[in-house]
Design a protein around this ligand. Structure first.
Ligand code: FES
Ligand code: FES
Length: 168
């Protein structure tokens, strides 16, 4: 089996029991994706699979044969930060930085969900376009914990990057 990680074809793990998180970190040495709880509770391990956010600690690498995985290492364009990475810097969206790769990958997947009109638990009108309110973003990012308490800056960075004036 093989995976496409950040645009490059790479081998799968020799052992089919290896999680996608461990394969990224231990075999491919892509240590930007972090291991927090290793049981699906913190969001530190979030990566994108074909644009959808997933928790890589709960996924076996062999499930993703031929799929396109994007990690934090794959977001910047050369020396230029991804706009959301730059917004995290500008809006104090991190302190220690441990949760940050997962926050950023999760927010990119979340933005796509919101733009497609996928409702959340706090959406008042399921038929209306979802809004980029703080409440919506807080709810949609509630699976990504930050023990440094940078959540307000994280929401500010997400809104600054994705929300248009009309939808904010
Ligand atoms: S390490 Fe995967 S959710 Fe915490
Ligand atoms: S910045 Fe430290 S855990 Fe989020």
């Amino acid at each position: 089996m093989s995976l496409i990680v950040n645009g490059k074809q790479v081998h799968g793990p020799a052992d089919p029991r290896v999680s996608l998180l461990d394969h990224l970190r231990e075999d491919l040495h892509l240590t930007g994706t972090k291991k927090g709880c290793n049981q699906g509770a913190c969001g530190a391990c979030t990566v994108l699979v074909d644009g959808e956010r997933i928790l890589s600690c709960l996924a076996l690498a062999v499930q993703y044969d031929g799929r396109a995985i994007t990690t934090i290492e794959g977001l910047a364009g050369g020396d230029a930060l991804h706009p959301l990475q730059a917004a995290f810097v500008e809006h104090d969206g991190f302190q220690c930085g441990y949760c940050t790769p997962g926050q950023i990958c999760s927010a990119i997947g979340m933005a796509s969900e919101l733009e497609r009109g996928v409702p959340s638990h706090v959406s008042a009108d399921l038929a209306a376009d979802a809004q980029w309110t703080r409440e919506e973003i807080q709810e949609r990012m509630s699976g990504n914990l930050c023990r440094c308490g940078a959540h307000n800056g994280i929401v500010d960075a997400i809104r600054a990057t994705f929300a248009t004036e009309a939808s904010a």
